[in-house]
Design a protein around this ligand. Structure first.
Ligand code: DAT
Ligand code: MG
Length: 149
């Protein structure tokens, strides 16, 4: 079982898309193991996006992510990172496949609704940044025998 960090960014929260976005991951068959609504500090935002610190879009990216609350989640499943990235769609919503979250709900790269970890290694680092291990739960889902083989 792999775990991935998913964020519903401020535009997703403000546009009242928390429910529809969570539904996409639930329908996919991923399992929710952590969830919280938080007002992100600039410090956390900068650490989360540290890899982009030298990019011209870094400042607006930080301002965007701290502009309203964010829903932080951990979803688990086989190849959860790749499954979630495909459900989210390409970084630029106009280029994202219809049926993906960004492809169905987004228009601009700076308002692309959702973050998802891009590799299993980065997922481990990001989950540790956003969640204490005690905030994550482990449970058996009865439905899993119809999702996992
Ligand atoms: P992703 O969120 O698909 O993993 P990323 O890690 O390359 O994309 O970039 C992080 C965020 O930074 C992305 O969701 C939106 C913003 N971003 C990326 N490339 C950008 C660009 N060329 N112009 C403006 N914002 C950009
Ligand atoms: Mg990324």
């Amino acid at each position: 079982m792999e775990r991935t960090l998913i964020l519903i960014k401020p535009d997703g929260v403000e546009r009242q898309l928390i429910g529809p976005i969570i539904t996409r991951f639930e329908q996919r068959g991923l399992k929710l193991v952590g969830l919280k609504l938080i007002q992100v500090s600039e410090e956390l935002a900068r650490e989360h996006y540290a890899i982009h610190a030298d990019k011209p879009f870094f400042k607006p990216l930080i301002e965007y992510i701290i502009s309203s609350p964010v829903v932080a989640m951990v979803w688990a499943g086989p190849q959860a990172v790749q499954a979630a990235r495909n459900t989210i769609g390409s970084t630029k919503p106009v280029e994202a496949t219809a049926g993906s979250i960004r492809g169905d709900f987004g228009m601009m790269v700076g308002r692309n609704l959702v973050h998802g970890s891009d590799s299993p290694e980065n997922a481990v680092t990001e989950i540790a940044l956003w969640f204490k291990e005690s905030e994550l739960v482990s449970y058996d889902r009865a439905i899993d025998k119809w999702i996992l083989e």
